[in-house]
Structure formats: structure tokens, C-alpha cells
Design a protein around this ligand. Sequence first.
Ligand SMILES: [Zn+2]
Length: 241
Amino acid sequence: MIRLFPERGGWLEVVCGPMFSGKSEELIRRLRRAEIAGQRALVVKPRIDDRYDIGHVVSHAGAKMRAVAVGRPEEIPGLAEQYDVIGIDEVQFFPGAGSAVGQADDARREDRAAYGDPGNIVLVIDVLVERGKRVVASGLDQDFRGLPFGAMPELLCRAELVDKLQAVCHRCGGPATMTQRLVDGYPASADGETIVVGALDSYEARCRACHELAEPSTAAANSRAASSTWMRVPAPVQSGS
Ligand SMILES: [Zn+2]
């Protein structure tokens, strides 16, 4: 595959996909290569993610790289100053748009990030790229419901380079693009919490056909009917497995 990077200035690469698709592994690989090329590389991750090891980004396959856990996106530009390449792992957990990012006033963009525009990761990454940094952001593109996760849609749209990795479906062995959430071994319903790090829930990678959502609880379904945010129809129950 031919990959042409911009010759001047910074750029954004996004590595996305479901859980167990090797995103952190790929992030670490790219930053290691940058270091071999004599560049200074920094990995940051949201403090919310305390799986495995607080001081490192660790892939499911066991690769490991030192990482700084940050509480808010606007801490990143200060940390990144002395570095050429900035890796951001689990980027979907950082607060993103929701606000009027798309219409952000260019002239004020840097100020807003520096002065804590409630920590929009999209604006912060913009600042880094404008300062000439290469940014490699990795994370989940979909939540367990199959809906776009956090700022990921905006980042995918703005990125110079995008890679969507596939995992192996836990059910059928096919290419998996979705994350299945299980609670006590059963498919979670769509009205569950999105972010459950280190909880008792378990996750699997699944293909679209094998991905399942339980029926939402009645109360939640009623309130959802009112707000009409119910997006995904639960997949049919798989037989013979
Ligand atoms: Zn499958």
C-alpha cells in the first residue's frame, strides 16, 4: 500500500475499529517506527481508562508503551510541546463535539482550546496539527449499540489518513466491525451505560450479523419513544450457536 504523508506541517491519522481489532497495537507500532526514525513520540490516554496499567498503553496482544494519562484534552498541547509525534489512545473517551465544533471560528480556535473550551478533543487535535505535529488517534468508532462514539465521526472526517481495522467475530469467525457488550453473558440492552471501564460486563468483537442488542427495558423504551432516539433494531436471536 502506498502511503504519502504531507511533506510539510502536521496531519491527523485515525486508527479505528471494534474492540480486539489491534488499534493500540497499531498505534504503538507507528510511534515506535517514528522513534526509530529519530523523532520524539508521546502517547497520551484519557485517565478514565485504567485497564492494565495507568502509566502505559497496553495492547490486548501485550505490546506496551509509556503513556501519560490526562484528565482533560486541553492538558495535551502543553505536554506535547517537545514532541514530534503525538499518539492519543482511546480517543473516543475524550469529550468531543456535541457543541458547535463544525462552526468553530478559526481565529478563536486555538484560544478556545488553550482556555478550556470544555475540552473538545477535536479542537485540541486541530491545534496540535496546526503546530506541525503528526497526531495518531486510535479508538472505537462505534459504541456497543453500533452508534458513532464520541468525537470519532468528526475526527474521521478531518483526518488525512484513516484506517478501520477489523477484528475476528467471536461467533462466526468472520471479519468483525462491531463491539458486543454482554452483561452476565447476555447481550446488553441499548439503554445501558455507554462507558463501563473495568466493570463486570464483558465484550466481544462481532460482525454485523452476529451483533445483538437486548430489548430495552419498558420504562426506558417509553421515555425513548417520547424522545425518539431509539436507533437500532435488536438483531434476531442467533440459533444453533
Ligand atoms: Zn459473526
